[in-house]
Design a binder for this molecule. Structure first.
Ligand SMILES: [Zn+2]
Length: 271
């Protein structure tokens, strides 16, 4: 019968000097985490593509054919075909799209600078790109390596000093790997090469930009693909998906850093 006489056990909570502050801090951290997580979710859900714009630069044009296969196939035409498909895709997602050219033309007459025809064409491209006020620039080109016809594949360039350009290049590469190489070509061993490149349009653009070399005109397999409307469609779709993916990621990064950066940024500016 000893149990009957047992005294009820008291529940002892040890409240030390740090218990209350620790409890307070962990509850606060919990709220902050929930706040941040919901802000990120909101950013992903509410990324309003109709408020985003892209400037597409189909390389070369008009008198400037770009690279060629020596049999009449010109880079400028392939660039424009994919650029127009990309424009249509982005517009189907309600995005605003600007183009440095929409037909087979060079741009030197739009330049307000002097110099050679080539320099004036580039100056006009810079003007059109920066006047567009777009969020992102993508320049579209075709590669060539006449002395190495075995060179093939896609290369995506960013300006070596551009952190955002590098992130954009990474998003584009992942989308091209997935959509063009794995899904369309079922070529698991092909991978996009991401490379730094000091290209004029990347250096001069006011917004994050990447330059996509869609394949080698000097490689027989790539040359066939570059002219294949289905490859062109897959490439345009992949570039579009990569652009949207980049914009989503940067919206999330803005939200994650925002609550901290904003008040401190204001403090620093007001000093
Ligand atoms: Zn080119």
């Amino acid at each position: 019968m000893r149990g009957l006489h047992r005294r009820p056990q008291a529940v002892v909570i040890y409240i030390g000097r740090y218990t209350i502050p620790l409890l307070f801090v962990s509850v606060l951290m919990g709220f902050l985490l929930i706040y941040k997580a919901s802000a990120v979710l909101m950013a992903v859900r509410s990324l309003d593509l109709s408020q985003k714009s892209v400037v597409i630069d189909p390389g070369h044009g008009g008198i400037d054919g770009g690279t060629h296969d020596g049999e009449g196939l010109l880079e400028k035409d392939l660039n424009l075909e994919v650029a127009l498909l990309l424009k249509a895709y982005l517009e189907s997602k309600s995005m605003r799209v600007a183009m440095t050219r929409e037909k087979d033309m060079s741009l030197e007459e739009y330049s307000d600078l002097g110099g050679s025809r080539y320099r004036r064409d580039l100056a006009a491209r810079r003007k059109l790109i920066n006047q567009s006020g777009a969020d992102v620039l993508v320049s579209i080109h075709v590669n060539s390596r006449p002395n190495r016809p075995d060179s093939r594949g896609v290369e995506v360039f960013y300006h070596p000093k551009a952190e955002e350009g590098m992130k954009l290049a990474a998003s584009l590469s992942q989308a091209i790997d997935r959509i063009v190489f794995r899904s369309f070509l079922e070529a698991d061993r092909l991978r996009v090469r991401i490379l730094p490149g000091n290209f004029f349009v990347l250096r001069e653009a006011a917004m994050p930009g990447s330059l996509v070399e869609m394949g080698f005109i000097t490689n027989p397999e790539d040359k066939k693909l570059l002219q294949d409307p289905d490859y062109q469609k897959a490439m345009a779709f992949a570039i579009g998906v990569g652009i949207i993916d980049y914009l989503r990621k940067s919206a999330i990064a803005g939200q994650t850093m925002g609550p901290l950066r904003r008040p401190f940024g204001k403090l620093l500016r007001n000093r």
